[in-house]
Design a binder for this molecule. Sequence first.
Ligand SMILES: NC(=O)c1ccc[n+]([C@@H]2O[C@H](COP(=O)([O-])OP(=O)(O)OC[C@H]3O[C@@H](n4cnc5c(N)ncnc54)[C@H](OP(=O)(O)O)[C@@H]3O)[C@@H](O)[C@H]2O)c1
Length: 349
Amino acid sequence: MTARGGALHVAVLGAGTVGREVVAALLERRPELIAADGASLELTGVAVRDVDRARAGGVPAALLTDAPAHLVADPATDVIVELIGGDEPARTLIAAALGAGKAVVTANKHVLAHHGAALEAVARRTGAPLRFEAAVGGGIPVLGPLASDLAANRVRAIRGIVNGTTNYILAAMAEEGREYEEVLTAAQAAGYAEADPSGDVEGHDAANKLVILVRLAFGCWLDPVDVRLVASDGPGAGRPGITGIGADDIAAARRRGEAIKLIASAVLEADGRIDASVLPTLVGADTALGRTAGVLNRIEIEAEPVGTVAFSGPGAGGAATASAVLGDLMAIARDRGSTWAGLPPAAAS
Ligand SMILES: NC(=O)c1ccc[n+]([C@@H]2O[C@H](COP(=O)([O-])OP(=O)(O)OC[C@H]3O[C@@H](n4cnc5c(N)ncnc54)[C@H](OP(=O)(O)O)[C@@H]3O)[C@@H](O)[C@H]2O)c1
């Protein structure tokens, strides 16, 4: 990928919660986003479904289109930033861009968890960088450190809180002594939970993020269906995610000095298998995980020889997530390759 006159041409697909922050930064903070040893970033297109609404929201009309595939196919586009979300058309757009040798930045944990192996194969074949720091932990840098700064370690286990919606609901249930359904309805009204909350509350979103963490920590793409979402005993047993947790479970935990958190966990077993789960879990209320409240995320990595290291911070939100997307764009401008950096190609799981 060669920068034209020192500038990489960037097309952003999606200008919603995250995309609009990325677009604003590329338009308003361009001089700040030039690394001393990198190309500059020039925003050359923005794709949305509703062009009029995006224009009313401040995106210049000259940049807007409702045809993301045209931006991907345009020979003048160097970098695609996919912020549409979901399965299709995101998967096809990312695959087409990588296939054409264009760099891709995405925050799309669903696409990576379900199609990561195929997309990695295309990126490795064409040499196009694929970066996805924003897909796990929003603004928290965790994938880059796993692939680079911790590359000399053998990871034993990962565990953490990676879904802000469920963490918010559990914390509100604990603070207010209210039942799950009641808190969920209030969270939906306040914009902390989606109209269809199943992806969050049943654990699928956290499972997708765990699949991505596993790729970087253990070198393989797990099938998301292999992540256990239903506990056989303990709080909420028999129901996926946090859907079986009641106010009485939380009150009982509290009396014992514990909190219930939705914990994503991947452990490397002695036989080389990876035990992956997203389950409601009792943790000490006074531990770092127990104190991780609201939409904050925390990811703990146990590795040798480093020991345990932890990453915490804002796990969602437009501005925080845009921070990770923009960091990836700057890494591309500096020719730093894919998020997996120097790690070997993924093994079959
Ligand atoms: N929000 C967060 O805090 C957060 C945190 C971490 C990661 N992420 C990930 O970031 C990605 C974007 O999330 P978001 O919250 O920004 O989503 P969003 O607010 O729903 O925005 C989606 C954008 O994509 C556009 N879009 C949808 N379908 C399209 C199509 N077929 N063609 C062109 N444009 C299309 C929408 O256009 P219209 O507005 O015109 O419909 C909208 O601008 C997702 O993968 C999400 O999982 C989000």
